[in-house]
Design a protein around this ligand. Structure first.
Ligand SMILES: Cc1cc2nc3c(=O)[nH]c(=O)nc-3n(C[C@H](O)[C@H](O)[C@H](O)COP(=O)(O)OP(=O)(O)OC[C@H]3O[C@@H](n4cnc5c(N)ncnc54)[C@H](O)[C@@H]3O)c2cc1C
Length: 261
């Protein structure tokens, strides 16, 4: 039997909700807004960790025109965002938030809420931490997964054989990819990358088709798969893991958002 070169450990954390405020915004290519949230009071981020490449928090914000956060009850409209970078000691967290026109809660807030607007940040509920590195890896996602894809790429590039499949509604030129921190993925770099336009009214379908066209692994225990995009990819991506002989616990497959209607 061949040696298994990587493992994923899932670490749960005690629930924590922190009071933060909007401190800066930068517009990135592809409809992303990078927001920096800083502590409302010093010490709010004590104990905050997000070591896993896909670690995420739930964020509750008020109106994009400014104003209080709604009461954080069971039905409160928390939105889930990947932790792009953080420094608990210095008291900040960075999130890259995709705008969907003027729709939604957190996109408009990220785009135009006044500086100082409050935000509640819950979590991370846990981390998925990789130790070792796989001989082969497949990173697949849509635009909403770019923050996590970028963190996984930073971890995996230069180790083993990499394949990246991106379904992107945004601009696809080299400069846009570089602006997302995905430089060298235009088919000319060392990672076998393919970028697909979403099919009208079927987000995720092009991603699934591209994933299904990948070669099966020689050694299932040595292929790591991350596949996160619109909810409809979950069932076919899990079925593909089954056909490839990959244990779902050694992969990350998630619905990141849900198409309406
Ligand atoms: C673990 C995890 C990590 C995530 N990390 C990030 C991240 O780092 N950055 C990020 O931008 N998103 C991320 N997402 C996705 C994000 O949580 C959803 O896109 C969320 O719906 C955004 O909330 P909203 O208030 O902008 O829109 P909503 O109020 O939820 O939706 C408004 C409208 O926009 C549509 N919509 C929502 N999301 C998308 C999308 N991605 N593409 C196209 N249409 C959409 C909805 O169908 C709806 O019609 C992550 C999700 C998960 C589960």
């Amino acid at each position: 039997m061949s040696a298994v070169g990587y493992s994923l450990a899932r670490h749960p954390y005690a629930p924590a909700v922190r009071r933060m405020q909007l401190a800066s915004r930068d517009r990135l290519a592809g409809g992303f807004v990078r927001v920096r949230l800083t502590e409302e009071l010093p010490g709010e981020l004590v104990g905050f960790v997000a070591p896993g490449a896909g670690d995420h928090v739930r964020v509750l914000v008020g109106s994009p025109d400014g104003g209080d956060v709604p009461v954080a009850d069971q039905g409160a409209p928390f939105r889930t965002e990947t932790v792009v970078a953080h420094d608990a000691e210095a008291g900040w967290i960075d999130l890259d938030i995709l705008e969907h026109g003027d729709r939604g809660v957190i996109g408009p807030w990220a785009a135009r809420a006044p500086m100082g607007s409050p935000a509640l940040v819950a979590g991370p509920k846990g981390s998925v931490v990789m130790t070792g590195r796989p001989a082969q890896w497949v990173l697949a996602g849509d635009d909403s997964a770019i923050p996590a894809l970028r963190r996984y790429l930073a971890l995996l590039r230069g180790h083993g054989e990499g394949m990246l499949v991106l379904e992107s509604a945004a601009g696809l030129g080299s400069s846009e990819l570089a602006a997302w921190g995905l430089e060298g993925l235009d088919g000319r770099g060392e990672v076998a990358a393919s970028i697909h336009r979403p099919l009208p009214d079927a987000p995720g379908a092009a991603l699934v088709a591209a994933l299904e066209a990948l070669p099966a692994p020689h050694d299932a225990a040595e292929r790591f798969v991350f596949a996160c995009a619109e909810q409809s990819i979950v069932a076919p991506a899990r079925a593909l893991l089954g056909r490839w002989g990959i244990d779902v616990e050694r992969a990350v497959v998630k619905g990141y958002w849900r198409r309406e209607g």
